[in-house]
Design a protein around this ligand. Structure first.
Ligand code: NAG
Ligand code: NAG
Ligand code: NAG
Ligand code: NAG
Ligand code: NAG
Ligand code: NAG
Ligand code: NAG
Ligand code: NAG
Ligand code: NAG
Length: 580
């Protein structure tokens, strides 16, 4: 190299400061930090999940981020307990408890017709609350009959889905549907102060066949594995920055990570081979070196295990599955009588108390995670009630009764990330300081693209200026965006849009919507449950459903505790389902 050419080279470096970014993968989209939240899909029931809209017109389902499936699993409405219980002929009928969500031969000890035994190996969904629990779990259901964009691919063997293969479950099909992340527009507009070019896409999902069961799925899984078809599809249309993600108990950051969300360093976990060991059919495997129980914070712990054990870590399993010795030690140490042991929890006699116990897990590699278990405390002999601890026998909803699993109670206490570039998972302790500030950084790519803001203001005037990217958005939507910023009360934007509140009414409920809603809720909730839920809803805060912006310029809100449908469309199909 001559000195002049090296000078040029140095100037080049200085100008573009390229040493680290020269070969960087630019993010395909701005960050998408989706809230993982309580939503109400089925009237009166709150489901914790990532809400989506699917089909045309939209139907809502709340999904659980999961490492069980590569594809995303959508429960069929007519196959769910939610639907079946509402069938006119099955109310107050023995069949009510017999709706099998899982075939016994696939997952022995799952749903049984007979609920009169001690409950060992069953889900424990008995009595009046089982319907609510089932709805919370599956987060609603999808009725393809009602969608004009539904396409059945007619196949279930093109892609191997190891979970369903292990479960021996083949009564499902790939279907292709139009799909929207319900919070996408909201989050995008808040993050970028602009509207996205694209809000929906058409992609493939797994849908169980009519009348078929759910193959052992204990939730409606949003597959976020390295081979996730949904993340791939979102990335392909540039709706997410990369296929990397960070998951906490309150958000799923797609292509991004919040640098302030963790307190410890990330411990890395290479994705495991799901086929290598039939007892460990999962992607994140960890050796548990110590497991202690502290009946109170600060109280010295007692060990629950004699030997180390290897467990699966999966946010898609809603409970913990611990080795027998740990479960037995726990039952002994809490000094309460066991009322029942189920696949997904242990029920102890006596009501939940004020105290919070802590299960401390120490993993090989040094990570220590404290899982809180509220409700501990001595009870008197006369006290009635039930304290549920999410330590199950396994089986249904988990990887089986031989696979020790650290599910959601564990993953809610940590930050889990998948780095597509490094091809590894990372787990760190969650920063639970509620006053912490977000610091969103790219993950799996190096730099977020810049998005031109459409919502800006000249100082002091409060005037909307800017231009709309894309072009499908008309003036009304534009005004709505402003109103909606106001409603969300977002940082400083609020005052600028105050006048809009008067001019654009938020809720316009045409009469046909009302009729449809009552038809819907009639279909979805048995009267007894609905009544009790109504009263409960009064004390509970309603789900923070944002009003939706849709491209056909109709605005609608979720009715109290219900699914929102566009107001403009007639839905004569509803009568075809016998929803009366
Ligand atoms: C979600 O709803 C449940 C009740 O179903 C409640 O216990 C929980 O605190 C809620 N979580 C949030 C974040 O609102
Ligand atoms: C109970 O449900 C079954 C099947 O849904 C139905 O055939 C039967 O008539 C019902 N029995 C009563 C008493 O409603
Ligand atoms: C249900 O369980 C009871 C007692 O355990 C038994 O007598 C009865 O035959 C069982 N019914 C069915 C359908 O399995
Ligand atoms: C399903 O069919 C659609 C349309 O023919 C196609 O684009 C898609 O790739 C198919 N998906 C699968 C999983 O076969
Ligand atoms: C889906 O997005 C396209 C533009 O990408 C838009 O034309 C269409 O109206 C959208 N559909 C719905 C139901 O929002
Ligand atoms: C993802 O898919 C590829 C190709 O089908 C396969 O080789 C790889 O093992 C899969 N990765 C995981 C983690 O399943
Ligand atoms: C976990 O809990 C134990 C006992 O209360 C405490 O000593 C420890 O600092 C906690 N660790 C973390 C990471 O929260
Ligand atoms: C565990 O599941 C297997 C089949 O998957 C079953 O044969 C066995 O009885 C179950 N064990 C317990 C303790 O439930
Ligand atoms: C998440 O966990 C933190 C602490 O562990 C807690 O303060 C916060 O309320 C939780 N958030 C939700 C939405 O559950």
């Amino acid at each position: 190299m001559t000195s002049s050419s090296s000078l040029v080279y140095v100037v080049y470096l200085l100008l573009f400061s390229l040493p680290t970014t020269a070969f960087a993968a630019k993010c395909a989209a701005p960050p998408l930090n989706l809230p993982y939240r309580n939503v109400s899909i089925t009237p009166g029931v709150l489901t914790y999940g990532i809400p989506i809209h699917i089909g045309s017109p939209w139907q809502s389902v709340a999904l659980t981020p999961s490492l069980q499936l590569d594809n995303t699993f959508i429960p069929r409405f007519t196959n769910t307990c939610v639907h079946n219980d509402a069938m006119p002929m099955s109310s107050n009928n023995a069949t009510r408890r017999s709706i099998p969500l899982v075939k016994r031969k696939e997952h022995p000890g799952s749903f049984e017709e007979n609920s009169s035994s001690d409950g060992a190996g069953k889900t424990g969904w008995e009595g009046d609350n089982w319907w609510v629990q089932c709805s919370e779990l599956y987060g609603g259901g999808y009725a393809p009959e009602l969608s004009s964009s539904f396409h059945d691919n007619g196949t279930n063997d093109q892609v191997r889905e190891s979970w369903l293969k292990t479960a021996g479950f083949s009564d499902w099909h790939f279907v292709t549907e139009q799909f929207v992340l319900a919070d996408y527009l909201d989050v995008y507009a808040r993050t970028n102060e602009a509207l996205p070019e694209k809000t929906n896409l058409t992609t493939s999902f797994i849908l169980p066949d009519a009348g078929a069961l759910f193959g052992g799925m204990g939730a409606s899984a949003l597959g976020i594995t390295p081979n996730s078809t949904l993340l791939r599809a979102l990335h392909d249309v540039k709706m997410i920055p990369s296929t990397s993600w960070t998951l906490t108990n309150s958000s799923l950051c797609l292509g991004c990570t919040d640098a302030n969300a963790h307190t410890s360093d990330f411990q890395s976990f290479k994705p495991a081979d799901r086929a290598a060991d039939s007892k460990l059919p999962c992607l994140i495997q960890a050796k548990v070196e110590a497991l202690n129980w502290h009946p109170k914070k600060g109280v010295e712990g007692a060990t629950l295990i004699q030997d180390t054990f290897t467990a699966c870590i999966d946010p898609g399993v809603k409970f913990l599955v611990l080795p027998d010795d740990a479960r037995d030690a726990f039952k002994e140490i809490v000094e309460r009588d066991v009322k029942g042991e189920y696949e997904d929890y242990i029920a102890f006699k006596g009501p939940p108390k004020e105290d919070v116990g802590i299960l401390t897990f120490r993993l090989e590699g040094g990570l220590v995670v404290n899982v809180t278990v509220p409700g501990v405390g001595r009870v008197g002999a006369e006290e009635v009630g039930e304290w549920k601890v999410p330590i199950g026998r396994g089986g249904w909803g988990a990887y089986g009764n031989q696979t020790w699993t650290l599910g959601k109670p564990f993953t809610d206490r940590v930050v889990i990330k998948w780095d597509e570039g490094a091809k590894e998972y990372g787990i760190a302790n969650l920063n639970d300081d509620p006053s912490r500030k977000e610091d969103i950084q790219p993950l799996g790519c190096d730099e977020f693209p810049k998005v031109e803001k459409i919502v800006t203001s000249s100082p002091g005037t409060g005037v909307l200026v800017g231009s709309v990217i894309g072009g499908f958005v008309g003036g009304l939507v534009f005004a709505m965006a402003g109103l909606w910023f106001f409603k969300r009360g977002e940082k400083g934007v609020k005052s600028k849009y105050e006048p809009l509140e008067e001019t654009l009414p938020m809720t316009r409920i045409p009469t046909d919507r009302r009729t449809m809603d009552s038809a819907m809720s009639g279909a979805l909730s048995p009267p007894s449950v609905r009544e009790s839920m109504r009263s409960q809803m009064g004390s509970r805060s309603a789900s923070p459903m944002a009003p939706q912006l849709v491209a056909d310029n109709s605005i609608y809100e979720a009715p109290e505790g219900g699914t929102a449908y566009p107001t403009k469309r007639e839905r004569p199909e509803m009568s075809g389902l016998g929803l009366r």
